[in-house]
Ligand binder design. Structure first.
Ligand SMILES: [Zn+2]
Length: 400
């Protein structure tokens, strides 16, 4: 007999997790603690994969498609400790809130999901897989590789990012695109002998503004938006004419936007401004990449694109989930809406086409702030709604 899957135990597990720091790429201690709890709860097949994701399974009573409950193991940096009313790693429960970095993004919901799965052992219509992933705050390498590995094959994914009790069905994605301008370097005292990469920056920035004025809009997700956020110049010397200037664009994209489309749009916008390039200057448009390392030692050169996704609000699984979960005040089905921020649902639904839905207690406005907190009574309600949600989602998918 494992540890009792009660809300009180889930809350104290959440407090424990908050006391263990773990930035992206440094989730090892958190992962060990989560694994230990899954074993104590009696989940099946508990394991840590090559990437460092922690996975366990609550076997269901039947053959309905498996549900995957997902949160992430990493948190964002806490900043200056004296700016926090309650210390960031205290995990204190006071004034009706669980406090600290990760309270709602996402160690509180992670504990609730894990315990809710344990409470469903032998009773859910199908298996309930719990997989908590690494590096979500850096674009979701953990979830990306988990799904590519084929180690789990869920029929539905439930993301535990804050929805304040609503049912979330998608979000815009995010991409970083770079315009790399190339010239030839030289001594600043003899400008005629060089081709200054900075000479193209003005036109490229103007082209980016042109493009920003012509972005597509989705009736639910809103407009995609882009803006230049950074210019890196090489060589980095004040008395050298640079041969390289790289402009970074932050682009909030819509589902379906991919590398080739984004790159083409930027090229077209630059060509419209600059049909002829000045002699000796060139440019390349490319996706930004970053070398990411997991705490298990895996290194990946990752394209910094996190896809968006959008489920049809009339999808039978979404309708069933919203009706089953209901509003907290009891007045009808849960509100269906998108998130403002990006989640690992971009990988599960946007890339792999797996029906995905978001549900968790917690208010978006506290995420990534030094006032991060989770309302305990809302968390208790959310914990009780999870089994109902899973049952409804699995039954809806079994009948499709
Ligand atoms: Zn999160």
């Amino acid at each position: 007999m494992g540890r009792d899957a009660t809300f009180e135990n889930a809350l104290s597990f959440a407090s424990d997790l908050i006391r263990i720091p773990g930035l992206p790429g440094q989730e090892g201690d958190v992962a060990r603690r989560v694994r230990e709890e899954m074993v104590a709860l009696g989940l099946d097949d508990v394991r840590v994969d090559e990437v460092g994701n922690v996975i366990g399974v609550a076997r269901g009573r039947g053959e309905a498609p498996a549900a995957l409950l997902n949160c992430h193991l990493d948190v964002v940096a806490e900043g200056a400790h004296d700016e926090w009313e309650v210390p960031p790693f205290s995990g204190a429960v006071q004034d009706g809130y669980l406090h600290g970095r990760g309270a709602m993004d996402i160690k509180g919901p992670l504990a609730l999901q894990t315990y809710a799965a344990a409470s469903m052992m032998g009773s859910a219509p199908g298996d309930v897989i719990v997989a908590h992933t690494v590096l979500e705050e850096r674009g979701g390498l953990g979830m990306k590789l988990l799904l590519e590995s084929g180690a789990v094959e869920p029929g539905v994914v439930v993301i535990g990012e804050a929805t304040h009790g609503d049912v979330c069905i998608g979000h815009r994605g995010r991409a970083e695109v770079e315009v790399a301008i190339v010239g030839s370097a030289g001594h600043a005292s003899v400008p005629d002998r060089a081709r200054n990469a900075l000479d193209l920056v003005g036109d490229v920035l103007a082209a980016i503004r042109d493009l920003a004025g012509h972005q597509e809009s989705d009736p639910i997700l809103g407009r995609s938006s882009l803006v230049a956020t950074m210019i890196d110049v090489l060589p980095e010397s004040r008395n050298v004419i640079p041969d390289s200037a790289v402009i970074t664009i932050d682009w909030r994209i819509l589902p379906g936007d991919d590398d080739a489309t984004l790159i083409r749009r930027v090229r077209d916008a630059i060509e419209a401004r600059l049909p002829e390039l000045p002699d000796g200057l060139g440019y390349e448009v490319r996706m930004a990449r970053e070398l990411q390392k997991t705490y298990t030692g895996l290194v990946e050169d990752k394209n910094l694109l996190t896809p968006g996704f959008l489920m049809d609000e009339d999808h039978p699984m979404i309708v069933a989930v919203a009706e089953a979960v209901g509003r907290r005040d009891g007045a009808g089905p849960a509100t269906i809406r998108p998130w403002q921020f990006a989640t690992d649902g971009g990988w599960s639904c946007g890339v792999h086409g797996i029906p995905t839905v978001g549900f968790a207690p917690g208010e978006e406005r506290y995420a990534h702030t030094n006032r991060e907190r989770l309302d305990v009574e809302e968390a208790r309600w959310g914990f009780e709604r999870y089994p109902v949600l899973v049952e409804a989602a699995q039954r809806a998918l079994a009948h499709l």
